[in-house]
Write a protein of this length. Structure first.
Length: 173
């Protein structure tokens, strides 16, 4: 569904069109730049701006007035807070917010709604903790979500990964 004032630029290459996935919901005045790939079930709320070549994974939600820099990737089931400046990649299954956007924690509500709970959720929780600490994801039980996370991390990136909010910083602010 495309609401009022949505703009989408055509691709600069014939072999990879600008794509907006099935079931996506783009609220008023969203801009999708050239060569963007927007996954199925994505929600882009009021006034979101995607610069060229951005990738937004399936079922991601981007809050109002957030802006994505060129070539940024937002993973599946991620949620980006409103008015965030996203200049680096956002991990799948996480919440990111701020200027610049940084990872806070897992997207608990979105994961629960998707039926990702129990052991599957605990594996993601352990993976997020390890990534925040700069540790390997080895030795974690294999789940579909962990496979998707590894694929995201191994895929080429022009913008690198957004940072993490430290627990101490959350307590101070």
């Amino acid at each position: 569904m495309l609401r009022e004032g949505v703009t989408a630029h055509r691709a600069t290459r014939l072999d990879q069109p600008t794509r907006i996935g099935a079931g996506a919901y783009l609220m008023g005045y969203v801009h999708v730049g050239h060569d963007c790939q927007v996954g199925d079930g994505v929600i882009l709320t009021q006034g979101v701006g995607l610069s060229g070549h951005c990738q937004v994974g399936p079922h991601a939600i981007i809050g109002g007035q957030a802006g994505l820099h060129q070539f940024v990737r937002v993973g599946a089931w991620a949620m980006v807070g409103g008015a965030s400046k996203v200049s680096r990649d956002v991990l799948p299954f996480t919440l990111a917010d701020g200027n610049p956007a940084r990872h806070y924690r897992l997207n608990t509500v979105g994961l629960r709604r998707a039926g990702i709970n129990g052991e599957r959720y605990r594996v993601l929780e352990a993976a997020f903790r390890r990534l925040r600490e700069g540790r390997s994801l080895e030795e974690l039980p294999e789940t579909e979500e962990l496979r998707l996370l590894r694929e995201f991390l191994q895929a080429p990136s022009k913008r690198q990964l957004s940072g993490f909010v430290r627990a101490e910083a959350r307590l101070e602010g």
